[in-house]
Design a protein. Structure first.
Length: 501
């Protein structure tokens, strides 16, 4: 719900959320006045000050007088400032080099409250600190949309959001079902910089998908809607799933920036403002087994929730699905594939194989021409991702002006390190109910680290970990098959002899 005050729109959903959050903090303050007694500030005052720091950190001068930003601060945070006062505040309180790495002061006290006995919960039953982080994200999205977002503002917002999420993860407050029981003793906490020593949450499904073998001739596969009975995931849950994937740090950052841009564009559209002219088609470049398909599948669902596409399915194809062997058939075949992807994402693996330089009898160009036309005809409800080796993808995109104009956003997938491959191995093993003993665990880490460093020509990243696990399971089966009384422990434990190559 918005209200038009002159030329400016006030989002009362956001304003009400801010007020509701302040009331939750007042409730905590009334129940535990000693929580912030040493600071001389209430939680409400602390959060208001920290939010003002946050928008100051996000603000980038674009040559305007800053009037719209000051009105935003007045309307939503209740602070009346001149542009000089705001800029002095920004450069005095928001530009410290460690600002992006330090959680706001209010979060430290809210975490302490959330981890205490009888903690105040939000109406949704979630920790208050989780609600406050969500409020940060909504305020940031609305603020950068006020006067035309910049790349710097979006990057700053994304980095700050990741820092807050990592803070919640560190204290076990990231998950929407509340504080995991038995995992944290708040009385032994040092809320400034305590390290739990717990490993990052590994998404076994994502890691396993990252290791799925790619056949040279694929059957087109669509993933997305699994039936109306399955409860749809929220954007928050999908971002949680993205951030829980092993490795892919730069990929996560690039996609978070892109998703923030989509959110801001949508907000500007709702307020009748002009939209920046951008393309959401993507190039995924990197070696096999680095998670490109896994991320594309997740992005399709995220784009559906954000309203970029209507259905959210992912259709995965390669050259064999698009190019036929006879004149005239390729256009029809390609059109049918693209048609099935409308409403979601078309993911073309090894897309560079569509262009075979110097081969006049090849029909790959016909597939490209059909694809480009249908992308234009369905630009409001179709996203195309082309994927493959980095150098070959650059050649592919640069081979055609139509491709170059539509694919100007590259997401680079780095190879996994030995430690990341080890996490993927453990995740896959756990999913199949296998564990490694201490000796085997040490060997697995050393072996995968060596494989990652040597990086032979046929190195397949996550698929390397999956194939290795399969060999380990085969050796374990041979070792235990003749044991007279096989225990459950025998069936699930991988020993040194099983993992040695």
């Amino acid at each position: 719900m918005t209200h038009n005050r002159g030329m400016k729109m006030i989002d009362y959903n956001l304003k009400n959320k801010i007020d509701d959050t302040f009331r939750m903090l007042d409730d905590i303050q009334n129940r535990t006045p000693e929580l912030t007694a040493s600071t001389g500030m209430t939680l409400r005052e602390m959060l208001k000050y920290n939010l003002l720091q946050y928008v100051g950190f996000l603000f980038e001068s674009d040559g305007t007088d800053g009037r719209q930003e000051l009105e935003f601060i007045r309307d939503y945070l209740g602070s009346v400032m001149t542009i000089t006062q705001f800029l002095n505040f920004k450069y005095g309180k928001c530009m410290d080099k460690n600002f992006i790495n330090m959680p706001p002061r209010c979060m430290l006290y809210l975490a302490k409250s959330d981890l205490s006995e009888g903690a105040v919960k939000s109406p949704a039953g979630r920790p208050v600190s989780k609600e406050v982080v969500e409020l940060y994200n909504e305020i940031g999205t609305a603020f950068v949309a006020v006067n035309g977002e910049s790349v710097t503002e979006l990057a700053n917002m994304s980095n700050y959001s990741l820092m807050l999420d990592n803070f919640l993860k560190e204290y076990g407050l990231y998950f929407t079902d509340g504080v995991p029981k038995g995992r944290i003793n708040p009385k032994s906490r040092n809320l400034r910089g305590n390290k739990t020593g717990r490993p990052n949450n590994i998404n076994s499904r994502g890691s396993a998908n990252a290791g799925t073998a790619s056949n040279s001739a694929k059957t087109p596969s669509a993933s997305g809607d699994n039936g109306s009975e399955e409860k749809e995931e929220t954007l928050e849950q999908m971002m949680e799933e993205l951030n829980s994937l092993v490795g892919l740090k730069s990929v996560k950052q690039d996609l978070t920036n892109l998703i923030n841009l989509v959110k801001v564009r949508k907000l500007r559209e709702e307020r009748g403002m002009k939209q920046p002219d951008i393309t959401l088609h993507l190039v995924f470049s990197g070696n096999p087994g680095t998670g490109k398909t896994t991320v594309a599948r997740l992005l399709a669902k995220i784009y559906k929730v954000l309203g970029v596409v209507s259905e959210g399915q992912l259709v995965e194809v390669d050259r064999s699905n698009l190019v036929a062997g006879y004149i005239g058939q390729t256009a029809t075949q390609t059109a049918e594939i693209v048609e099935s992807a409308i409403g979601g994402i078309l993911f073309i693996d090894e897309a560079y194989t569509l262009i075979k330089s110097g081969d006049e009898k090849d029909f790959g160009q016909e597939a490209v021409d059909t694809l480009l036309k249908m992308m234009e005809d369905n630009r409001d409800d179709l996203i195309v991702i082309v994927a493959g080796y980095t150098d070959k993808m650059e050649e592919f995109v640069n081979s055609n002006p139509g491709l170059k104009s539509r694919f100007n956003k590259y997401i680079f997938f780095n190879d996994y390190s030995g430690n990341e491959l080890n996490q993927i191995f453990d995740s896959m093993a756990k999913k199949q109910e296998y564990v490694t003993d201490e000796e085997a665990s040490k060997y697995v880490l050393e072996y995968l680290t060596k494989r990652a460093k040597s990086h032979e020509e046929n190195f397949a990243n996550a698929r390397e970990a999956r194939n290795y696990l399969e060999r380990c399971i085969e050796r374990q089966a041979t070792r235990i098959v003749d044991i007279k009384d096989i225990s459950d422990d025998d069936l699930k434990t991988l020993k040194l002899a099983d993992v040695q190559e």
